[in-house]
Design a protein around this ligand. Sequence first.
Ligand SMILES: Cc1cc2nc3c(=O)[nH]c(=O)nc-3n(C[C@H](O)[C@H](O)[C@H](O)COP(=O)(O)OP(=O)(O)OC[C@H]3O[C@@H](n4cnc5c(N)ncnc54)[C@H](O)[C@@H]3O)c2cc1C
Ligand SMILES: Cc1cc2nc3c(=O)[nH]c(=O)nc-3n(C[C@H](O)[C@H](O)[C@H](O)COP(=O)(O)O)c2cc1C
Length: 778
Amino acid sequence: MKIAVIGGGPGGLYFSILMKKARPEARIDVYERNRPDDTFGFGVVFSDETLDTFLGEDPETYEAIAGSFAYWDEIDFVFKGETIRSDGHGFCGCGRRELLLILHDRARALGVELHFEVEIDGLDQFADADLIVAADGVNSAVRTRYAEHFKPDIKWQRNHFLWLGTDRPLDAFTFDFAENEHGIWVGGGYQYNSDLATWIVEAPEATWASAKAELEGFTGDETLAYMERLWARSLRGHRFVANQSAWRVFPTIHCANWHFGNIVLIGDALHTAHYSIGSGTKLAMEDAIALVRAIEGGPSVPAALECFEEARREDSEKIQHAANISVTWTENPHRYWHMAPIQAAFSMLSRSKQVTYDNLRLRDEGFVERVDRWFAEQVREKGHDVPLDPAPPPMFTPFSLRAMTLVNRVVVSPMDMYSAEDGALGEFHNIHFGGLALGGAGLIFSEMTCVSRDGRITPGCAGLYKPEHIAGWRRIIDFVQAQSDAKFAMQIGHCGPKGSTGIGADAMDSPLPSGNWQVIGPSAVPFKRGSHMPREMSLADMDEVRAQFVAAARMADEAGADMIELHMAHGYLLSSFITPVFNKRTDDYGGDLAKRMRFPLEVFDAVRAAWPADKPISVRISATDWIGADGITGDDAVAIAKLFAGAGCDLIDVSAGQTTPDAEPVYGRMFQTWLSEQVRNEAGIATIAVGNITTSDQVNTILAGGRADLVALARPHLSDPNFTLRASAEYGYEAQRWPLQYESGKEQAFRLAARARAEDAQRRAAMRPRSHRRQAAE
Ligand SMILES: Cc1cc2nc3c(=O)[nH]c(=O)nc-3n(C[C@H](O)[C@H](O)[C@H](O)COP(=O)(O)OP(=O)(O)OC[C@H]3O[C@@H](n4cnc5c(N)ncnc54)[C@H](O)[C@@H]3O)c2cc1C
Ligand SMILES: Cc1cc2nc3c(=O)[nH]c(=O)nc-3n(C[C@H](O)[C@H](O)[C@H](O)COP(=O)(O)O)c2cc1C
């Protein structure tokens, strides 16, 4: 077998080593344009898990790398002058140059042919190769030449960065934020040998825009001096050094196809993951491992390349996704700048969803105790009696809006049960809400309750449009208030263009087979092909709908609701005014965001005036249409939230989408939470996060990181109405009220959970990769 490898970076070299081990008879040539000891940049980091993978693949390279490591477990977070340290992370840093020299030696020893100072500018010379591995890095000429086959997609990240080094000893992986007249700067680094640490400087967009003119006029030395002034406190008299350092922007590369004929891309040539999660070299070396395995398992090169892509794509996309989420933090440091350093540190550590409240507790219990304590102190400052030693997990702390106090932060999200008749509730609703009330959540939402008969989405939707509807709700609310600590919020809404539709997954959003009614909207724009064509609302229609909302709010008050929520999400009437997808009006109720917000704000004002002053109001919004700049974006959601906050709104329930069939949501765990985080921290209003939040660990991660004040779960409550009770047992939180009648269940659940916690801790301690630093010390 004859293999040509273009590019002698970590990906190409590691591939050639593993391939030569697997097929000693193969001829493998590696072509590298640089000299053997040329290198750019300074160091790379590997986690303990990655090192263990290397150990399994080739103990010789592992041991050589291990010999030139700098190890650490700690992450330091330097924020507004305070340093917060967290432990148990397990990383090693080594110089890129050292890594390449180790890989050269090993490749040579195995019989790989290394050709340095050879620039490859076409593949014709490899006509007789069975396989061409293009490991030619981020600017891959092979990828560019065959772009029509690989179909690369390149997204430029927003920050400018500069890769420096420093002789300042760093005993922890460090994130270090600085501020000057141009704005916030992101810095940070890690030690990779006994003398040097990598230090990467990032200028977020606003900082760059302000500093650009000055920086671009600088010589290299002036740039270093500038950065030394900025981080003078952290450098403690040490210096920065440059190494071909130039301001760059990071490209996130994704290829639709990974191979073409007998050519395959690996490493940065194929896909990049932003360096903030330090995974680029790992990605390249893991590609090498997967490619060798595929070749060993495949009957032919084309089949092997197919297997390689199939086996590896999901893992690599997960890393890219984590990296994309991770950069949100460093691209928007202003969003977190108001936070206390301990919360900012937690938020940063948990930014890519891989580190969570629970697994951070396993890494560094003391750190999470500090977070809990800080969180509890904030709650105490608001006048609540919360213990500090130990402080409860954030989900079990109270939260107040106006005169309403919730005993915990778990919310049953609104869920239409489509089981009402002419808006009236039945026995199903009593049992359904009764079960939820006993389950322990702090706040329970009604389903969307429609303000008029024609405002229903389906014939099964609940209503508050006839006086007799009040009794049905009062019965439920009385039960909730008498038998639990939960508060009850009524969500009221009007279907708008998305009404008069069927019940059930197949019929959802489609007109009824018969008995349809005229739907209305801001404009004559249907939701999708085949949907009803709404009648454009007149000013008289608006007056009527506004009055209906007020009447429904009064009925909700009569029924005893503790809070009211106006449904302005998911393409229903008030949402359809907000989003440009539906609203094409040319009068004062359409056009820019301010005009599109006019009717929703009028409704809000009218309801606020009618609703008791001591009871809170929330508004549910679709914080994005998931269609990019043509629809509502996170930035618009901030503007919308500010407008409602100014009008006296207490809480924004941050949902997303369902406004257009063209939406392209990016699903995943907690997939909408970033919108709640943006709204809460940029608009300065309390929020509810919702959407694929399924565990109490996620609830605590969201709350502790300041991503929301309350966390709503919909579907998880259908499978487990006792979600909160179960969580209280999992965390050993005794103060959560269980129904008196359930006491024996409580005792058993706490006992079993305590045993499970102990077993889990033992199992994890046994499985946890030993810190290589500790290992070296032993
Ligand atoms: C600021 C920054 C910080 C980073 N920090 C980390 C980190 O801490 N940890 C980490 O794991 N990763 C980090 N990375 C990413 C890491 O450097 C890359 O992901 C990794 O080097 C990819 O390896 P590779 O073998 O695919 O490509 P490369 O290392 O880029 O190697 C490609 C090689 O191909 C050669 N080449 C290209 N074209 C030709 C040609 N036509 N002919 C001959 N030779 C050619 C190049 O000279 C180069 O040596 C960082 C990246 C940046 C930008
Ligand atoms: C059966 C069902 C009915 C729903 N009905 C409503 C509703 O009436 N009002 C509303 O705002 N959202 C409604 N939603 C959306 C949920 O409140 C929630 O935002 C969504 O399901 C995402 O949360 P989850 O991943 O926890 O289910 C409904 C969801 C489900 C599953």
